[in-house]
Every structure is written in C-alpha cells, then in structure tokens.
Design a binder for this molecule. Structure first.
Ligand SMILES: Cc1cc2nc3c(=O)[nH]c(=O)nc-3n(C[C@H](O)[C@H](O)[C@H](O)COP(=O)(O)O)c2cc1C
Length: 261
C-alpha cells in the first residue's frame, strides 16, 4: 500500500533552512536501502543516487555565482548521476521524487537544487566513471518547518485539455502539486480517447530556456511519479509509453499515459 507516499505529496514543500545537526546513521542507512528499491522509468539510463553524509565537504567543491544564488546549504546532499540516454532527465525526476517523498514521510526536509555542478567535479568527488554525468542535487536534513498548507500553483483547468472524469482530476491534482524548477509548472495534459499525452510548455524566452529548459524535463518526470502514486491510490493501473508524436503549439511531446483495463 502506498498511502504514505500519497500523503507525502500533500505534505512536501521545499525546505531551505535545516537544523544544524546530522540525520541519524539509522535514518541515513534506511534512505540508502530505499534507493535500492526505486525502479527506473527507462532501464537504459543507469541512474545512480549517492548520499553525501558530509555536506560541508561537497559545499567546498562548488564554486561560481550561479551556484551561490541557487544552492541551499544543508547537512547532507543527494547527488544524482546518470548516463545521458534518451529520456534520462524524465527518468531522473521520476525516480528521485520517489525518494524525496520517502524522505518527506520520514520527516526529513528536502529541496531540489538545479544549479550547475561540473561533471568532472562530481566524478572526482565520488570516484565515478566518465559515463556517469551530473544530473541534479537534492539538499536534505532535519527541519522545524510545518506541513505544507498553501500551494502557489496554476489551476487544474489551465493544465488539462480535453474531457476528463473525476478520478483523473484527482490523479492530476497530485501532479499539479509537484515541485518544479522556479515553480514553472511546465506540464500539460491532453486527453485523447483512452490516452493522456503529456507535453512540456516551453520556457518564456531564450534566457529562461538556457536556465530551465533541461530542468523542465526533470519536472515532467516528477509529475509522472505523482501520477503513478495517485493512480495506485484510486486503484487505476496505468502504463507510461513513448509514442512518436509531434509538438503542438510549441509544446514539446514528452510521454503518454495509458490506463490498463
Ligand atoms: C528540478 C528542480 C530544480 C530546482 N532548483 C532549485 C534551486 O536551485 N534552488 C532552490 O531554492 N529551489 C529549487 N527548486 C525548488 C522549487 O523552487 C520549488 O519546488 C517550487 O518553487 C515549488 O515550491 P515547493 O517545492 O515548496 O512546493 C527546484 C525544483 C525542481 C523540481
């Protein structure tokens, strides 16, 4: 039963201030165990999640202005690396959000960190092969923050095109609450017969495209993990498939959802 993960969707919020104390060894080990059980959306990405227990050690490796602006200082980090296969960013969002929700359920605060970190820095720091490219960081630690009470999100009607029923509205409500880079909420859902096609709305301009174009694909993967968890909760069996669809109105096709009867 995944009720606790569904509840975590409603509880999670980005935490940018952590208690100045380490998470217990017991909890860190249980997080490492959970990582082993998270299944990929695409098998050929070879995604790895690395827990950095000594966050300060990693902090000293990261330089640059953008890094300073975007990065939250935390006692620990999750470093995500992957092969750059097709769909590796969607795969990363999908897998890592599952862990973020597991940590939320354990009362551990998290924040996705999209600032750039050089491949070579991380490969050297963690002793990784060249094929393992840096994807994203998640900061985490104990927090004093309360549960989420308000959401700054677009309305569901602005995200959906086509006819949908109450059950699907409930499922997509969970997607609506997903975290996204600078809260850009790029996911759009087009209902077509027995399928829902997921599209990515483009960033507003060239600069935003440079900053969050790739991160928005991670955002899509995050929303897919929320959709899967909410579908299980309402007893719907779904499958994600990649079809050969073109962009619509400048929106890039990402993936489709099919309900298994
Ligand atoms: C891929 C991704 C990258 C993000 N990068 C950063 C970041 O660099 N710094 C930061 O403070 N928050 C970052 N965030 C957090 C978002 O700003 C946050 O999810 C969004 O504003 C919604 O707020 P909430 O997570 O509290 O619901 C990122 C989120 C995602 C999904």
């Amino acid at each position: 039963m995944n009720q606790y993960l569904y509840d975590a969707i409603y509880k999670r919020k980005s935490i940018r201030k952590y208690k100045n104390e380490s998470v217990s060894d017991e909890i860190l080990s249980s997080i490492e165990e959970k990582i082993k059980n998270i299944k990929p959306l695409f098998n050929d990405c070879h995604l790895q999640m690395h827990i950095v227990r000594d966050g300060e050690k990693l902090d000293t490796q990261m330089k640059g202005l953008l890094k300073k602006i975007t990065k939250v200082k935390a006692p620990h980090y999750l470093v995500v690396t992957s092969h750059e296969s097709d769909h590796y960013l969607i795969n990363a969002g999908y897998m890592v959000e599952k862990l973020v929700l597991e940590m939320t359920a354990l009362n551990i605060g998290t924040c996705w960190q999209g600032g750039p970190v050089k491949d070579e820095v991380i490969q050297k720091f963690l002793g990784l092969p060249k094929a393992q490219k840096m994807v994203i960081l998640v900061s985490f630690g104990y927090t004093n923050a309360d549960h989420k009470t308000e959401y700054k999100r677009k309305d569901l009607e602005d995200l959906i095109i086509g006819k949908q029923d109450e059950e699907w509205k409930l499922i997509l409500e969970a997607a609506r609450l997903s975290p996204s880079s600078i809260n850009s909420q790029p996911w759009r859902f087009i209902f077509n017969k027995n399928k829902i096609h997921v599209y990515k709305k483009p960033p507003k301009n060239f600069i935003m495209k440079k900053l969050i174009g790739d991160l928005n694909k991670i955002d899509i993967g995050i929303a897919l993990s929320h959709i899967e968890i909410a579908s299980l909760k309402v007893g719907k069996r779904i499958k994600f498939i990649h079809e050969d669809l073109k962009s619509i109105d400048n929106m890039e096709y990402m993936i489709s959802i099919i309900e298994e009867k």
